[in-house]
Design a protein around this ligand. Structure first.
Ligand SMILES: [Zn+2]
Length: 103
């Protein structure tokens, strides 16, 4: 594992003499986080598009506390890793809350 870390460190810490301000030192916690993300992907991983088309159903399920949708574990796994889809989920929830308030 340390060789992977060394490789990542070499790739990301390559000195850029022409742009010294661009070099971001990669500390051990950052590498751990990166490796964790890499290891935490699954074979049946959903793409952002796939999560996006299921978000309506997922939010309905959250609101109604009803039947758990089949893909919920996959959606939640993806939401745990993907800030873009979390933003999308929050936007959808806000829109639904506004729509409910208008009723
Ligand atoms: Zn995503």
């Amino acid at each position: 594992m340390s060789s992977v870390i060394d490789t990542i460190r070499r790739l990301l810490e390559r000195p850029a003499q022409s742009e010294p301000g661009v070099v971001v030192p990669l500390d051990d916690p950052s590498i751990d986080r990166l490796l964790h993300l890499l290891c935490d992907t699954r074979d049946d991983e959903l793409s952002c598009d796939e999560v996006f088309i299921r978000l309506d159903e997922y939010v309905d399920c959250l609101i109604s506390h009803g039947q758990v949708v089949e893909s919920q574990p996959l959606i939640e796994h993806h939401l745990g890793l993907c800030a873009d889809c979390r933003d999308e989920l929050r936007a959808l929830q806000r829109a639904l809350a506004r729509a409910a308030a208008d009723d």
